[in-house]
Design a protein around this ligand. Sequence first.
Ligand SMILES: [Zn+2]
Length: 86
Amino acid sequence: MTGEGRESGRVAPCCPRCGSDGVPLVYGLPGPAAREAARAGRIALGGCRVSTDPARWTCVRRHRWPEPDLRRWEAALDAAMSAEDR
Ligand SMILES: [Zn+2]
């Protein structure tokens, strides 16, 4: 009844096409924290144009896919933005 199999720190899904780790895809003008996270590869910048059904994840091979549960995406984005490089 205890272990729910929840992996800590692994909120991002894998790419459905190649299996690489997904990173949150962020639209709009990035702030300093978002720029830093993007430089470190923790998020990806999708540009200012937002389509009606934007993809929310991307991978190292630039596949993009949507996210039906935006809370998961927001959680991954939050983790990526608050992570620190050492
Ligand atoms: Zn991929």
